[in-house]
Design a protein around this ligand. Structure first.
Ligand code: SF4
Length: 384
């Protein structure tokens, strides 16, 4: 099943799966010690991009591009230039486009930053995760606080839209250390902060460490308390929470992520990349050699596709929409439902409002602060 060429994606995702090491908590499509495949992968990626756009009825206008990974800052410059050249031939960028690249500290040079800016990249997302070097090292992430300082300093000279990612709940990071980290990052020249709860994904070294009691995670209630503390602390420092995990100075909210949360069509290219055409979700092949060989043989690289059922659409709409601080238009939710479903939904919303988990104000249904850490439970109550 192919991406519907009559749907018009305005956001693109490009995946670069190579990493200098594999972090013990990572379950992304990321490969360490595979650098010898970079050139072949790049050729396949460019071919996938060219093929997709050659099938479109007209030249698409694109609002956002996100180069994620993996570690895209390890994408060799001449190859990345080629990819962007291909993109620029294939699409038109809207006048206020957002183009982001993910980078890891310790993998970025001045030359790269200058070239990225010339290519049109205008937003840098830095995977800081923690400022505790020992904790990172135990999780096989090899970056120092000095690396973080260097990349910030270099990137700040060229880019105003700088974002950092942090992980909350890492083993070995005390509450005090977390607070010190936030006290430090709010002084940095950044405009956006993403805070993700540590997830223990099955089959990762972190998972086995926790399972065998070699690694102890901080208690859930401590992590949740720190999350709420962080929301208040960042607000005091002009980082407004606009989504469960995301905080920005006004005007620096991620437009690319908003496209995902708003369920508008987007197209992903590369290993394991996901796409959405408005009705179906797709995922590309996750095996590197299969991906490269299939493209070389002119075969499809979509490994999984799914036509969403009415129930799935409802669940996605709620899950993604309620993540956003300004919530969702109540009337649009009601209009989606059949009569008997409407009554149940209204009753559930009333209960959740009584429990101070939600509010409906100015026609919008929004989560209240105490529901932010338990969004899943709220969505479950509202599911069909
Ligand atoms: S750098 Fe990022 S993508 Fe690569 S292994 Fe670590 S967490 Fe995963």
């Amino acid at each position: 099943m192919h991406f519907d060429t009559t749907s018009v994606p305005r956001s693109l995702y490009i995946h670069w799966p190579f990493c200098p090491y594999k972090c013990h908590f990572c379950n992304f499509v990321a490969l360490a010690a595979h650098d010898q495949y970079m050139a072949d992968y790049h050729n396949a990626l460019v071919k996938e991009i060219e093929t997709f756009f050659s099938r479109q009825n007209s030249k698409l206008t694109i609002d956002t591009v996100y180069l994620g990974g993996g570690t895209p800052s390890t994408y060799p410059l001449p190859l990345l230039l080629d990819t962007f050249g291909t993109l620029k031939n294939a699409v038109t960028f809207s006048s206020d486009y957002e183009m982001s690249i993910e980078v890891n500290p310790g993998t970025v040079s001045d030359e790269q930053l200058v070239a990225w800016r010339e290519m049109g990249i205008n937003r840098i997302s830095i995977g800081v995760q923690s400022l505790n070097e020992m904790v990172l090292k135990r999780l096989n992430r090899h970056q120092s606080t000095k690396d973080v300082g260097e990349v910030l300093e270099k990137a700040h000279r060229l880019f105003s839209a700088l974002s950092i990612d942090l992980i909350l709940g890492l083993p070995g990071v005390s509450a005090e250390q977390w607070k010190e980290t936030l006290a430090q990052v709010v002084q940095w020249p950044i405009a956006h902060i993403s805070i993700y709860f540590l997830m223990v994904h099955e089959q990762t070294p972190l998972y086995f460490g926790v399972k065998s009691n070699k690694i102890t995670l901080p208690p859930d209630d401590e992590v949740v308390d720190l999350y709420y503390w962080s929301i208040d602390y960042l607000a005091e420092h002009q980082f407004v929470q606009y989504e469960i995990s995301n905080f920005a100075r006004p005007g620096f909210e991620s437009r690319h992520n908003k496209a995902y949360w708003d369920r508008v069509p987007f197209k992903g290219f590369g290993l394991g990349a996901c796409s959405f055409d408005g009705n179906r979700r797709f995922q590309n092949e996750k095996n590197l050699m299969k991906y490269i060989n299939n493209i070389g043989d002119g075969k499809d690289v979509i490994d999984f596709s799914e036509q969403l059922s009415r129930e799935q659409i409802w669940l996605e709409t709620l899950m993604l929409g309620l993540r956003q601080k300004n919530g969702m238009v109540y009337e649009e939710l009601i209009n989606f439902l059949h009569d008997e479903e409407k009554e149940r939904f209204k009753a559930q919303v009333a209960l959740l409002c009584d429990r101070s988990l939600m509010k409906c104000e100015n026609g919008r249904l929004q989560l209240l602060p105490r529901a932010l850490a338990v969004e899943n439970e709220v969505v479950e109550k509202l599911s069909m």
